[in-house]
Write a protein that binds this ligand. Structure first.
Ligand code: NAP
Length: 333
């Protein structure tokens, strides 16, 4: 396709292996090159996916004028620095979640992207999933009445293999890696909370392993959430209103279905209304298609997950992490 966006895929981990095929499926994308710190790995990764170029030199990749957009899938402690470098080189950037570590870092990146007229987005695919979009439509039309509370969990233990999740210098923090989905979910339904209450288990070096948190809103509305990299915490979600509730089976952030519990006792309890959507590729296609279109239209942000949305989510996560840090000091004292 003539106006296909020319992408570079950076990082050869598990998530790049899920997203790269979906990028090709999204219909308006060409993967021009791939990057790994090891040139052997870059070469074999490129060969596996039929990509014509590879490099182990990030600066050289950013200097390639044919690369228009970078998909960044490296450990998240280095997202801010790698994204900044890509924006300074004039590239549009789609960054894996979490896009950075703090709200201040997020604000810095979006300010830079706006000042350069470049597209920037955190790859929060959940917000583009058809089932999730439909949930928000149902809430807006009042199907379950005014939404009053929600519940969302992401507790799936990671293998104790010494991988990047166990290292603060790479991708350590269950909140930033997993809890970001419940927090983003709550923001999408209720917006930024008025107050936050968080408790959890934090390693002596500060890496948060498991937590539960309540986000509180005006008029008694609330979101109860949990995340954990060491225990299971039911990875489903639900939103309840004055006339019923909607449940999203696990894994809620990638679910293709909803159950609407409304319209009388039988439909509410025994026979909830099912809503099902097909899954495209590995589930990233709707987001990647939307991002490609936004880049071709010359947008700097996507309206479904803006810089302001992202910064607000990180303000909430900053508040949760501050409470967990204070708790660690108290426990250690
Ligand atoms: N959206 C989703 O569904 C989803 C799922 C899983 C993960 N993620 C997110 O995606 C990101 C990466 O996750 P992952 O599981 O793929 O992580 P990972 O395996 O720890 O790291 C990804 C790749 O980054 C490269 N890398 C490692 N250290 C680096 C460094 N210091 N500098 C530059 N590159 C480095 C490595 O590739 P090379 O060895 O080839 O350089 C590695 O394979 C994280 O932010 C994570 O939260 C998203």
């Amino acid at each position: 396709m003539d106006d296909a966006v020319q992408w570079a895929v950076v990082g050869t981990g598990k998530i790049s292996r899920s997203v790269l095929p979906d990028l090709l499926l999204s219909g308006d994308a060409h993967v021009r090159t791939v990057y790994s710190r090891s040139s052997d790995k870059a070469e074999s990764f490129a060969a596996e996916y039929g990509v014509g170029q590879w490099t182990s030199d990030y600066d050289a990749l950013l200097a390639d004028p044919a690369v228009q957009a970078v998909y960044l899938a490296t450990p998240f402690a280095i997202h801010h620095a790698m994204t900044r470098a890509a924006l300074e080189a004039g590239k549009h950037v789609l960054v894996e979640k979490p896009i950075a570590l703090t709200a201040a870092e997020v604000g810095d990146l979006f300010a830079l992207a706006r000042s350069r007229g470049l597209f920037l987005m955190e790859a929060m695919w959940m917000k583009f999933n058809p089932a999730f979009r439909h949930l928000l439509e149902l809430l807006a039309t009042g199907r379950i009445g005014e939404p009053r509370n929600l519940r969302a969990g992401f507790g799936l233990p990671f293998p104790t293999d010494g991988g990047s999740r166990w290292d603060l210098a790479r991708s350590g923090s269950t909140l930033l890696d997993q809890g970001i989905y419940p927090v983003t979910f709550a923001h999408a339904v209720f917006g930024e909370p008025e107050s936050v209450y968080a408790r959890g288990s934090v390693r002596p070096d500060g890496l948060d392993l498991a937590e539960h948190f309540t986000l509180e809103y005006s008029d008694g509305r609330f979101a109860q959430c949990a995340s954990s990299m060491v225990d299971f915490a039911d990875p489903t979600a639900s939103v309840s209103g004055r006339l019923g509730w909607i449940s999203i089976p696990g894994l809620f952030w990638t679910s293709t279905s909803l159950r609407v519990h409304a319209d009388g006792w039988d439909a509410m309890v025994a026979n909830p209304h099912p809503v099902d959507f097909p899954k495209e590729g590995n589930g990233y296609v709707p987001m990647l298609r939307a991002v490609g279109q936004a880049i071709r239209e010359g947008r700097t942000e996507h309206p479904l997950h803006t810089g302001a949305d992202t910064e607000a989510v990180f303000r909430t996560m900053d508040a949760i992490r501050a409470q967990l840090a204070a708790q660690r000091i108290a426990v250690g004292a």
